[in-house]
Design a protein around this ligand. Sequence first.
Ligand code: NCD
Length: 323
Amino acid sequence: MSIDVSEIGPIPAAWTRRHLLGLEDLSVEELNLILDAAEMFKEATGGCTQKIPVLTGRTCANLFFENSTRTRTSFSLAMRRLGGDTVDFTASSSSTSKGETTLDTARNIEAMGVQVVVCRHRTPGTPHLLSKNLNCSVINAGDGAHEHPTQGLLDILTIRQKRGSIAGQTVALVGDIQFSRTARSNIWGLKKLGAHVIVCGPATLVSPLWRELGVEVSHNLDEILPRCDVLNLLRIQFERQSTRPFPSVREYAHLYSMNRERLEKTKGNVLVLAPGPINRGVEIATDVADGPHSAILEQVTNGLAVRMAVLWLVCGASARELE
Ligand code: NCD
């Protein structure tokens, strides 16, 4: 089923960005504008299940140089729900293995007439480089350990929906803060919207320097649990580490895994989030991941709504520039 596009007006005048590269640069107004647009799309499309063809005739290319399940699939689905087309690029089966640079690859994809490039790359700054050298819109889908703006937004949208507001919430990001792009995007977005943010994990993955961003630093999960409204459990990014940050996964799980005993130390209505993929028995126990506090699958649905909103906004800003 398709919804009448007249229900959706033009993009708000306050949105002027052709690219979405991170949450660090966004104003509070811009953050709220994306969250409001995501909610509007979610509602108008019956929980993102129906089409609303506001981007008919536009094409989005997913340029993923790193693995992805949720992010790539939801960008593809979001573009199709908006009536546009998508094309998927996977590094392992492409000419990058023949020596082509990332920028040349992107320029060739753009030459096929795409209006949006969604880029995931292990090197921080790659989407920024593309945005300076391509004419189309660029969306960062994760650049190394730097930022993952749509993940930050979908986490924040889930908190807003469950708690009514971000301001005043105490949100703990638990686990691998050092190598997690989700952590950085969460910190920028949550702080701007008035949350108290605690970063918690082993000292090898949570430096005291994080305090400079205005967050609380803790190495003791059990101690902070009674104060937290939200726990966002981050995966250990082994693929980005050159040395092991702790003696064994078992020891890490003993100190930081969110399990049923630890739930008993929380406020009782604590909200449990995880960006996925989750490692059951490491950062989260199965009974917590699948239990009543968990909003992990709602995060995935909200990811679709956030990506619909972002695609609509950046395409609208691009079209306005060409007028
Ligand atoms: C995150 C990522 O790729 O940074 N996953 C995601 O996009 N859903 C987090 C992770 O891989 O741990």
